[in-house]
Structures are given as structure tokens and as C-alpha cells.
Design a protein around this ligand. Structure first.
Ligand SMILES: *[C@@H]1O[C@H](CO)[C@@H](O)[C@H](O)[C@H]1NC(C)=O
Ligand SMILES: *[C@@H]1O[C@H](CO)[C@@H](O)[C@H](O)[C@H]1NC(C)=O
Ligand SMILES: *[C@@H]1O[C@H](CO)[C@@H](O)[C@H](O)[C@H]1NC(C)=O
Ligand SMILES: *[C@@H]1O[C@H](CO)[C@@H](O)[C@H](O)[C@H]1NC(C)=O
Ligand SMILES: *[C@@H]1O[C@H](CO)[C@@H](O)[C@H](O)[C@H]1NC(C)=O
Ligand SMILES: *[C@@H]1O[C@H](CO)[C@@H](O)[C@H](O)[C@H]1NC(C)=O
Ligand SMILES: *[C@@H]1O[C@H](CO)[C@@H](O)[C@H](O)[C@H]1NC(C)=O
Ligand SMILES: *[C@@H]1O[C@H](CO)[C@@H](O)[C@H](O)[C@H]1NC(C)=O
Length: 463
């Protein structure tokens, strides 16, 4: 009797520990670091009108009694880039929550938002070197997959086809993370692909070539042959039965925060169509750049889902055939920097950190944890607190982050006013919004459901 009881306990421990073990084995974690924009010249006490880089002059036109609260706090300021304290606090928090992620995705924009007159080549390189060192310091031995951002260049946003001073040095800086083959493609185009392990390939693209502010490649149809390479790489991955995670800085489609299509039109649809041909192997795309939390769907047969103005209601969208269903999903993570661009009418955002979770057997993306810090509160208390803002699975009511689930989440958002309000609020990482009116709602929904240049206008008319 006694013996049986002991055996029972032993068996119980064995089974439960096995379950914990297999859960651990089935769920992998990925940190996504993006848009850190650390400003090495941020001065606590500095003037937010000057990016917090210099102390307030006595001629400052602001009201006197506001002076102290308006000057830059060491923990950060909504009108400035990331302070040293904020940067270090972010890395310490990540290392506390998950010091051993399976790998790190780092989608660029390390350099502060400054005029070209205040920047130069060596500052750009120094920023990238510093961020590389920081990531390696906090996550020794963890694999890192970087992508280049539009601010990681000089002049800003300008990246030409390589080899050139920038891509050659970036290849050298990234060399601890990449194979020699990857370094060769980085020198030519800033892109590469790496096998994380047999079965999972990371494809990192340089989408700054397609970015509307980059004027270096506008007369080319395929800068650095990246799209042809992408097609070949995906074709090879399919042959090798690999799943592919796509990472890059700038996403295609319509950016709600800045009211623009991110890509030159000649690249936008062809880029998405290339992926549309390989939806069976692509897990998801992960981007940064927009400093706003959102996602977009795309299709394998986009021409069949060009949304026609004569479509009267959502029923047609609901009645889509399987071929017309979204076959891909792109996640745009918000930034660490809270910076509000004074030249565009957009809100700032609270500092963000994001951790994705995936199934280590199927490589399906299962969830993400969106962390945030309330900068308003941090400034009042003079300390930085990080919190969980939401879990994707809970907010979107999905079992996993695959395209069909995220399409169902889209329908939920479209049809539930409160869902769209919260989605809108999460855009700015819980920075208070003025609400989302009728036009705002249409733009939000069409940005999510229709990233193609052809048909976006039609979508706005229909909704
Ligand atoms: C780049 O800019 C920094 C900061 O303004 C300055 O200290 C440095 O001398 C400049 N370097 C070059 C090579 O111009
Ligand atoms: C890089 O790090 C060094 C040492 O911490 C610092 O002095 C310098 O300002 C940093 N430069 C940039 C561009 O972040
Ligand atoms: C990669 O290139 C470096 C420098 O050219 C060389 O020393 C190293 O052996 C190469 N590594 C492999 C795995 O080929
Ligand atoms: C694109 O423009 C650049 C610079 O103006 C020129 O050197 C290059 O030949 C052009 N390329 C094509 C494909 O027309
Ligand atoms: C993409 O790659 C496949 C396989 O190599 C090839 O058959 C196809 O023609 C390529 N498509 C384009 C648009 O280059
Ligand atoms: C996608 O596949 C179709 C059919 O094989 C092909 O005609 C088309 O060129 C491909 N598109 C791209 C952008 O690779
Ligand atoms: C992970 O994928 C495997 C293989 O498809 C499946 O058996 C398992 O149930 C999945 N686990 C989770 C947590 O989704
Ligand atoms: C952020 O902090 C401010 C100041 O403490 C507070 O008023 C606000 O409610 C907080 N926001 C959230 C979403 O908790």
C-alpha cells in the first residue's frame, strides 16, 4: 500500500515534470528590438524644443511655471529620442523577463532623428556598433538577426545599391551574427537569409530600397536584385521543406500613423505578390519603422480581392472563397523611442518591448507579449516601470497568429466598435488618443485588410 502510494507520487512527478518540459520545448521565445533611436546627446534637463539635446535658453518662450516639468527628465520625454536611462532600463527588463530567447530580431533604426547637418558617416556607424555591443552584452551567445533601417544611413533614408561605405561596414559589424555567404549579400544589398535550425529560415530584407524617402533606387525595377534573390531563396526553402520568418524594417502597405504608403508604388505590389506565391512556407513578417502597433493581411491572389467600389457591404468580404482568404500576415511592432515627430500630425507613443512566442515543432507563431512603460508616470515618479500591455492571443481572441486567425481577428475588430477603439489605443502603446472617428476607422481597417496600392482607395469607398 505504502509502496504503491510512493510509486504513484513518483509517477505523478515524472508526468508533470515531463509536461512542463515538453511545454518548454514546444514554445520558443523571440525578442523583437526595434527603433531604439538612442540619442547619445540627450541631456537630462535639456530643452524638448531642441530634442532634449541642449539646456533651455533664458529666451525660451514657454511659460515660466512650466519650465521644470517641461524640461527633459532622465527617464525620457515624448518629444525626444531615447535617453540613456530608458535604453538601459529596456535591456535590463528584457534580460529579466527572458534572458535566453531562442533568438533576437533586431529591425534597425538605432540612430536618433536628427538633421543631416548634425549627422555624419562615423556617427551612423558608431550608433550601429554601440547597439550591437549592447545586444551582445545583455544577451551573450544568443543568435541575433538584424535588418537595416532608414535612419541607419547617411544622408538619412538614403541607401544605394552596394558595395558602398555603409553596407561594407554594416557587413563587418554584423559579422558575429551571420555566415560568410550572408555577409556577401549584405555588402551588395543589405539582405541575407540564415537557417536558424533545420526547418526554420530567417529571411532579412533591406526594404529601405523601396522606402518613399529613399531616392537612390527609384529608376530601378529590382535594386540589388533583392526581389529575384527573394524568389529564389523562397523557392529553395520550399524544396528543403523549411518554414520562413521574414524580417525587415519598413513594411509595405498603408501606414496609418503618417498617412502614407511606405513603398514607392512600383515596389509595393510586386513585393507582396512574391510572398503571395509562397504562403505555404511563410510563418509571418515582422517589421518596425512605424512607431505604431498594428498588423496587415495580404493575399495569394490579390487581383481577385481588389475591393470594388460597387461592393456594397462587408458580406462580399465574408463570402470570400478559400483562395481569396488572406494567406499572409505582417506584424509591425511599436518603437522603444517615444519620439513625436513635430512635422507630422501624429501622436507620440509609450516605449515598447515585444516578445513573440512560437511553436518549436511547427514554427507557427503562437502569440506575442506586448510590454510597455507609461512615460507620463515615469516622469512623475522619476523611475521606469515596465508592464505587460496585452497578450495578442487574449486581445485578438485567437489560438495562434496565423493569417486566417488574424483575418478572424480583423472581422472582430471591424464589427466591434470597442475592439477598434482598443486597437487604436494600442497603436500608440496606450498613449491617450482623441478617439477614432469614421474616417479614422475606415483607414485603420483598410490598412489592415488591403496593403495593395491597387484597390486601397476602393476599400475606403466600400467600408
Ligand atoms: C561627426 O559628428 C560628431 C558630432 O557632431 C562630431 O563630434 C564628429 O567630429 C563628426 N565626425 C566627422 C568625421 O565629421
Ligand atoms: C557609443 O558609445 C560610447 C561609449 O559608451 C559613447 O561615448 C558614444 O556617445 C556612443 N555613440 C553613439 C553614436 O551612440
Ligand atoms: C569566413 O570568412 C573569414 C574571413 O574571410 C574566414 O577567416 C573564415 O574562415 C570564413 N568562415 C568560414 C566558415 O568559411
Ligand atoms: C539610375 O540613375 C542613376 C543615377 O542617376 C544612374 O547612374 C543609373 O544608370 C540609372 N539606372 C537605370 C537603370 O536607369
Ligand atoms: C521564381 O522562382 C521560380 C523557381 O526558381 C521560377 O520558376 C520563377 O520563374 C521565378 N519567378 C520570377 C517572377 O522570377
Ligand atoms: C507568382 O506565381 C505566378 C504563377 O506561377 C507567376 O506567374 C508570377 O510571376 C509570380 N509572381 C511573382 C511576383 O513572383
Ligand atoms: C506545435 O506543433 C506540433 C506539430 O504540428 C503540434 O503537435 C503541437 O500541438 C503544437 N503545439 C502547440 C502548443 O500549438
Ligand atoms: C499613465 O500614467 C498617468 C500618470 O500616472 C496616469 O494618469 C495614466 O492613467 C496612466 N495610463 C495608464 C494607461 O495606466
Amino acid at each position: 500500500m505504502k509502496f504503491n502510494y510512493l510509486l504513484f507520487i513518483l509517477l505523478y512527478i515524472l508526468i508533470t515534470s515531463n509536461t512542463i518540459l515538453s511545454q518548454k520545448l514546444l514554445n520558443g521565445n523571440i525578442w523583437h528590438i526595434t527603433d531604439t533611436h538612442f540619442d547619445f546627446s540627450y541631456q537630462p534637463g535639456g530643452d524638448p524644443d531642441d530634442m532634449c539635446r541642449i539646456y533651455k535658453s533664458s529666451h525660451h518662450k514657454g511659460e515660466d511655471h512650466d519650465k521644470d516639468t517641461q524640461s527633459a527628465s532622465p527617464v525620457g520625454n515624448y518629444r525626444c529620442d531615447t535617453s540613456y536611462q530608458l535604453l538601459i532600463s529596456a535591456f535590463e527588463e528584457m534580460a529579466k523577463i527572458e534572458p535566453n530567447p531562442d533568438f533576437i530580431i533586431w529591425t534597425g533604426d538605432d540612430v536618433p532623428h536628427l538633421d543631416n547637418s548634425e549627422l555624419n558617416q562615423s556617427l551612423i556607424i558608431q550608433s550601429i556598433v554601440n547597439m550591437t555591443d549592447l545586444i551582445q552584452y545583455y544577451f551573450p551567445g544568443v543568435r541575433v538577426f538584424p535588418s537595416i533601417g532608414n535612419h541607419d544611413s547617411y544622408p538619412q533614408h538614403q541607401i544605394a545599391v552596394g558595395p558602398n561605405w555603409l553596407l561594407n561596414q554594416v557587413a563587418e559589424i554584423w559579422s558575429p551574427f551571420l555566415s560568410n555567404d550572408s555577409l556577401e549579400t549584405v555588402k551588395v544589398g543589405g539582405y541575407y537569409s540564415e537557417l536558424f535550425e533545420p526547418g526554420l529560415r530567417i529571411v532579412s530584407l533591406n526594404t529601405v530600397f523601396y522606402y518613399t524617402q529613399n531616392k537612390q533606387c527609384t529608376n530601378q525595377s529590382d535594386p540589388a536584385g533583392q526581389l529575384a534573390w527573394l524568389n529564389e531563396t523562397l523557392s529553395m526553402a520550399r524544396q528543403n521543406q523549411e518554414k520562413v520568418l521574414v524580417i525587415a524594417h519598413v513594411a509595405p502597405g498603408y501606414c496609418v500613423k503618417y498617412s502614407v504608403f511606405n513603398f514607392h508604388f512600383q515596389f509595393n505590389d510586386i513585393y507582396l505578390e512574391t510572398f503571395g506565391n509562397y504562403s505555404d512556407i511563410i510563418i509571418a513578417h515582422i517589421y518596425g519603422h512605424e512607431h505604431t502597433d498594428n498588423y496587415r493581411l495580404y493575399y495569394s491572389q490579390p487581383s481577385s480581392v481588389v475591393i470594388q467600389p460597387e461592393w456594397d457591404e462587408i458580406d462580399q468580404f465574408l463570402a470570400m472563397t478559400k483562395q481569396q482568404m488572406p494567406s499572409g500576415v505582417m506584424f509591425m511592432s511599436p518603437s522603444l523611442t517615444p519620439y513625436m515627430d513635430p512635422y507630422v500630425p501624429a501622436l507620440p507613443n509609450n516605449p515598447s518591448l515585444r516578445m513573440f512566442q512560437y511553436n518549436t515543432t511547427s514554427y507557427q507563431l503562437l502569440d506575442y507579449l506586448q510590454f510597455w512603460s507609461n512615460l507620463t508616470d515615469n516622469i512623475m515618479t522619476n523611475q521606469i516601470n515596465w508592464m505587460l500591455e496585452y497578450k495578442a492571443k487574449d486581445f485578438y481572441h485567437v489560438e495562434a497568429l496565423d493569417p486566417i486567425s488574424m483575418y478572424e481577428a480583423y472581422l472582430l475588430i471591424e464589427n466591434t466598435e470597442e475592439m477598434l477603439d482598443i486597437y487604436h489605443y494600442y497603436n500608440s502603446v496606450s498613449y491617450p488618443t482623441k478617439g477614432c472617428d469614421e474616417i479614422c476607422r475606415k483607414i485603420q481597417l483598410c490598412s489592415m485588410r488591403h496593403p495593395y496600392s491597387k484597390g486601397f482607395e476602393g476599400c475606403l469607398v466600400v467600408l
